[in-house]
Write a protein of this length. Structure first.
Length: 208
């Protein structure tokens, strides 16, 4: 089923080798087993998991720029979008940030074969260092990190995905100052990917 899905939407998704497809399949199987005892996802059924979890994560991966990036998946949960991104983009280093300890155990098991993945079981505010891109699903970055002015631009819905970058992402980043582009998910009219760029940093880098 996964290969059929990827073939159907090949123009919107990153190119994947048979080994990468097998890794994605293995992650779905592990998720299904662990979900019986730990609430990792409310999505039931493989077809829906492929389109909502794998497909939309890969769509996000396709919108990341080329090159070796430091990527943070905030609130990773069952490993989405971080693990599919790490599989599709082995040139990137992906940190899965998840404060729930039991979910962190799952993420470590799910990423054992992925050398470019690190699991951090702590809140984003406590994560040291910086990232090139932050990716997540339905996390309200605006109210969490922006204050009252950012709360008014909290446009994410419960099924929406987010990728923000083009700068040094830290706990001090003010995401409401980013320029956001909405990308419709081709196979789901109700879901969107929001891609944000720190245009103020571009201006600063240009010396303007």
């Amino acid at each position: 089923m996964l290969k059929d899905f990827v073939d159907e939407y090949r123009d919107q998704l990153p190119p994947l080798s048979p080994a990468q497809l097998a890794s994605l399949e293995a992650h779905l199987e592990l998720l299904e087993r662990w979900n019986r005892t730990i609430n990792l996802t409310a999505i039931k059924g493989k077809q829906q998991a492929i389109s909502k979890h794998i497909g939309e994560s890969l769509l996000l991966a396709a919108h990341l720029p080329e090159g070796a990036l430091r990527v943070c998946d905030l609130g990773s949960g069952g490993g989405f979008p971080g693990i599919p991104v790490a599989i599709a983009r082995p040139d990137c280093k992906v940190a899965l940030v998840e404060s729930d300890m039991r979910k962190g155990v799952f993420l470590r098991e799910a990423s054992r074969e992925l050398a470019n993945v690190t699991v951090l079981t702590q809140r984003f505010e406590l994560v040291p260092g910086e990232f090139d891109w932050l990716i997540s699903r339905a996390v309200n970055l605006f109210s969490t990190f922006g204050g009252p002015k950012c709360e008014r631009v909290a446009f994410l819905g419960s099924d929406d995905w987010l990728a923000a970058g083009n700068g040094k992402i830290t706990k001090r980043t003010r995401f409401c100052k980013f320029q956001w582009e909405r990308v419709a998910v081709p196979w789901d009219a109700g879901s969107f990917l929001y891609v944000g760029f720190d245009v103020s940093r571009e201006t600063s880098d240009d010396g303007l």
